[in-house]
Design a protein around this ligand. Structure first.
Ligand SMILES: [Zn+2]
Length: 66
């Protein structure tokens, strides 16, 4: 009974993408819940900031008339 269980059960730990500390099993792939939220907020803020364009500067001649 010398099954090498560790080989399969121990995952290769990656560094946290936010702060580069080693990730934990609980918060994988992050090192902590805090970093997981940071990443989530990053996605949120990017999603909100990309497509919103104020129309004040648009030349009226470019707007198709109805
Ligand atoms: Zn981290």
């Amino acid at each position: 009974m010398t099954v090498n269980d560790n080989e399969t059960s121990v995952r290769r730990m990656r560094p946290c993408p936010i702060c580069s500390k080693l990730s934990t099993r609980e918060d994988y792939p992050f090192c902590s819940d805090r970093c997981a939220k940071v990443d989530l907020n990053r996605w949120f803020s990017e999603g909100y900031t990309i497509p919103v364009v104020e129309t004040d500067d648009i030349d009226e001649s470019n707007i198709p008339e109805d």
